[in-house]
Design a protein around this ligand. Structure first.
Ligand SMILES: *[C@@H]1O[C@H](CO)[C@@H](O)[C@H](O)[C@H]1NC(C)=O
Length: 338
């Protein structure tokens, strides 16, 4: 049975109105994330950080050459050492912090100055309230989830848009120095009782012969050797993923799936951080907190901790962190003897 013509015309008219309403709203709600800072007090449009990096009209500087070298080495290592490529899923993007105001994506790696980078991004995104000095933000405040947005919270099309047009950066560190730093911070500091309970008790139970009842209960005296046994035991990762403090950068930031524009290094933290802030055009607005630690001492420190580790376990541990050594051009530490 056919509907009378007049009714069909009425429906057509309604549909037309609806479509017009959508067009009207779209024209009003046009987001302009590619035009960073354009609307600010009538100044000429500023280039996005990504444009600053790749469309630079000045002659190539030494620092640009260093970063290009790192990108090429990473790409080559990905081609050589990763077997098949897979598709990126939102779950992979939980460590990627978004700054929509400046067009930045930062993948945070614990034990590689991530507290200071989160503080800087809180200042830049306005999440820091009135704080202009990153060090004015308490460290625990910087790690509150919800202060900063991660890329995994966005829709697929928003994710793709940001991956294409934002400057993507991360910071890495010599893998064993990072590991020793994580061990010292989480297992030798008296105040880190949450880690002692959650991981320490388990490590003592599984990897210490004849443990004392007190150690079993508190888990606060795990040795580096026991920590290494825990890491290289295949059962550990079958049970649950590594904690982010000792998870490999390769698994946290997916550098073979996401093409990072800047790979900063802890060893040259200040220079590399300033380079990112300069590309973002915010070097006058925020200062990256100067480090008080010398990287020389962290290298010697790692060597001391490895004295107790047998060549067999050194080799197992190296194999575990091998991708982080290869992708970021870290050579085999000279103190190893396998
Ligand atoms: C890789 O490391 C070696 C040795 O430290 C260094 O000479 C070289 O310049 C590095 N390559 C890149 C692309 O950073």
């Amino acid at each position: 049975m056919r509907k009378p013509k007049i009714i069909r015309m009425f429906f057509a008219l309604c549909l037309g109105c609806f479509v017009m309403v959508i067009f009207y709203f779209n024209s009003n709600l046009k987001p302009a994330p590619e035009h960073f800072g354009e609307e600010s007090n009538g100044q000429k449009p500023r280039r996005s950080p990504l444009q600053s990096l790749y469309n630079s009209d000045q002659a190539e500087s030494e620092v640009q050459a260093i970063h290009q070298g790192r990108r090429e080495l990473l790409e080559e290592a990905c081609r050589t050492y990763t077997r098949k490529r897979r598709v990126l899923i939102p779950e992979d993007l939980k460590h990627v912090i978004v700054d929509d105001l400046h067009g930045l994506l930062y993948c945070y790696v614990p034990k590689v100055a991530c507290t200071n980078w989160k503080r800087v991004l809180m200042v830049l995104t306005g999440a820091a309230g009135s704080h202009r000095d990153p060090l004015g933000i308490p460290a625990n405040e910087a790690h509150v989830s919800g202060n900063l947005r991660t890329l995994s919270e966005y829709s697929t099309s928003q994710i793709n848009h940001r991956l294409r047009s934002y400057l993507k950066f991360m910071f890495v560190r010599e893998p064993f120095e990072r590991l020793v730093s994580a061990y010292r911070n989480k297992f030798t500091q008296r105040y880190n009782t949450a880690f002692h309970k959650r991981y320490g008790t388990k490590i003592v139970r599984r990897h210490r012969p004849n443990p004392q009842p007190d150690a079993l209960e508190k888990g606060d005296d795990v040795t580096f050797e026991e920590f290494v046994y825990y890491l290289v035991n295949p059962a550990t990762q079958i049970e649950e993923p590594f904690n982010e403090h000792w998870e490999r950068v390769h698994s946290l930031c997916h550098p073979c799936l996401i093409h990072y524009d800047v790979v900063g290094k802890y060893e040259t933290l200040e220079q590399d951080s300033n380079y990112v802030l300069q590309l973002a055009g915010v070097e006058d607005q925020v200062k990256f907190p100067a480090s008080t630690k010398s990287t020389r001492t962290t290298g010697d420190m790692a060597a001391r901790f490895f004295l107790n580790i047998s060549p067999f376990y050194q080799k197992k541990l190296y194999n575990l962190y091998r991708m982080d050594f290869l992708l970021f051009n870290y050579s085999l530490p000279s103190y190893l003897n396998f």
